[in-house]
Design a protein around this ligand. Structure first.
Ligand code: GLN
Length: 484
């Protein structure tokens, strides 16, 4: 039963082929047997999962079930879950029991979903490999000597290994799309403001966005139906009506206008990745799309702009972890300053400290104009590039990541190389646009994701294109050996 998509599981539950309790027990067993190897989960929640499954079964019996009732899922450990540990991958929050649910969690609970557990992640979502987690690296199910990508690597590896049919993730600069690409699954980053950030521990508030990590685009549409929507508790949540994201999945792609950015295929892109993406685009042409070259002239500047802005925002957001109200507190502080200094020195890992120091520096009086203000200007230029390109084409297509999954420890002491792996994803967050990564083939026997970027609130169109692509290909149906 663990081979099924949400869509298939939902009809099996309605047909009473098995109960939600049986389904959840089988997933929990699978999690138990594979987690020591893959390290996808920080916490598993067997008791509450069984209780949720039983109440879902009652709803199914009473004919009150919706499309997600009784379906198990895993939440990235950045989403607050009432009464359970929410660590954000950090020693700072290792002792933190969330006193409330994130809006995403509330909505998915209300839709009848069952939480199996909380997934491993880069500390405070800072990273592209999942190696910055206090709980250790996650392994990629396609090759356990390699990383699953990050920061939602636990969620991506769990879905790829079929330890959960779906998981939540967050994407500040690529953390849904990049691990989806490296693990051979589907990841949707919605338009900024489409999904509530309430109860999602903040990294860089102007960039953070939650979304689903699934096997198929159709499942992503079903999930987005439940996750999206205005939330008065998030001041940046969009007051835009939620569509039924499943309704356009079968629309024809005839006449679809695809833009291929010259800057994405500039000769620096690895040839094996490029050929996978070009073949994916050809497939879409066969389905009726027209392709043209476009320009995103400032793409190269997206990494420096992103790392200045994200670090600046994180230095401010993470100031709340001071050892006073929640999280780690050092032993026997001498005075208040000692409490702050030692609690933070002990609670945060190396990458988080690097970002806080960088962020504090770029915001400091003498350097604000030279770095932060400049980065904000670049952000506007990058957004304008996308806006003008999207006047001519419906979507922009390119790779999700410049490489397949790298080896564990390959970049651990080389942050700049790690940052460069975000080249195709961060600009989308700077612009606030939606994008989806879909499996498009393999290079050196490792999965490669194709990224489709759309206009603001064009999630339906992206899901339609991704679904049509998945109807015509079977890349998303491939499973890593040992997990099929
Ligand atoms: N790799 C990027 C970073 O470290 C993106 C992370 C994310 O999207 N959360 O900032």
């Amino acid at each position: 039963m663990y081979k099924k998509t949400i869509k298939q599981l939902s009809s099996a539950l309605q047909n009473k082929d098995f109960s939600s309790e049986e389904l959840v027990s089988s997933y929990l067993q699978r999690c138990d047997s594979h987690n020591s190897n893959l390290n996808c989960f920080i916490s598993l929640m067997p008791e509450t999962a069984i209780a949720q499954a039983r109440s879902a079964d009652k709803k199914i019996q009473n004919g009150e079930a919706g499309p997600l009732t009784g379906i198990p899922l895993a939440h990235k450990d950045i989403f607050c879950t009432n009464g359970t540990k929410t660590s954000c991958g950090s020693s700072m929050l290792d002792n933190f029991i969330a006193p409330y649910d994130a809006t995403v969690v509330t909505r998915l609970n209300e839709a009848g979903m069952v939480t199996l557990g909380k997934t491993n992640m880069d500390e405070f979502a800072m990273g592209s490999t999942n190696e910055t987690s206090f709980y250790g690296a996650v392994k990629n199910p396609w090759d356990t000597a390699r990383v699953p990508g990050g920061s939602s690597g636990g969620s991506a590896a769990a879905v790829a290994a079929k330890l959960a049919p779906v998981a939540t993730g967050t994407d500040t600069g690529g953390s849904i799309r990049q691990p989806a690409s490296l693990c051979g699954i589907t990841g949707l980053k919605p338009t900024y403001g489409r999904v509530s950030r309430y109860g999602m521990i903040a990294y860089a508030s102007s960039l953070d966005q939650g979304g689903p990590i699934t096997q198929t685009a159709e499942d992503a549409a079903i999930m987005l139906n439940a996750m999206a929507g205005f939330d008065e508790r998030d001041s940046t949540s969009a007051e835009q009506a939620v569509e039924d994201y499943t309704k356009d999945l079968n629309e024809s792609l005839d006449g679809l206008k695809i833009g291929l950015p010259k800057q994405y295929f500039d000769g620096q892109l690895d040839a094996s990745i490029e050929s996978v993406i070009q073949a994916g685009v050809k497939q879409l042409e066969k389905l009726g799309a027209n392709v043209k070259e476009i320009e995103l002239p400032n793409s190269e500047l997206s990494i420096p702009a992103y790392y200045v802005i994200a670090s600046a925002e994180c230095s401010s957001n993470l100031a709340r972890f001071d050892g006073v109200r929640f999280g780690h507190r050092c032993d026997d502080p001498e005075d208040l300053t000692d409490l702050y200094l030692r609690s933070r020195a002990e609670g945060f890992g190396k990458e988080v400290k690097r970002r806080i120091i960088t962020g504090t520096y770029v915001l400091s009086a003498g350097y604000y104009d030279a770095y932060y203000l400049k980065a904000q200007k670049l952000r506007r230029m990058i957004r304008d590039d996308f806006r003008s390109a999207l006047e001519d084409v419906d979507v922009i297509i390119g790779p999700t990541a410049p490489q397949t999954a790298f080896k564990l420890n390959e970049f651990i002491d080389d942050p700049i190389s790690m940052y460069l792996s975000d080249i195709y994803t961060v600009s989308v967050n700077l612009a606030g646009l939606p994008a989806i990564s879909v499996p498009a083939g393999f290079a050196n026997e490792l999965p490669v994701g194709m990224q489709i970027i759309g206009n603001y609130f064009a999630e339906s169109r992206l899901l339609n294109i991704a679904h049509q692509f998945q109807q015509a290909t079977d890349w998303h149906q491939q499973s890593p050996v040992g997990f099929d």
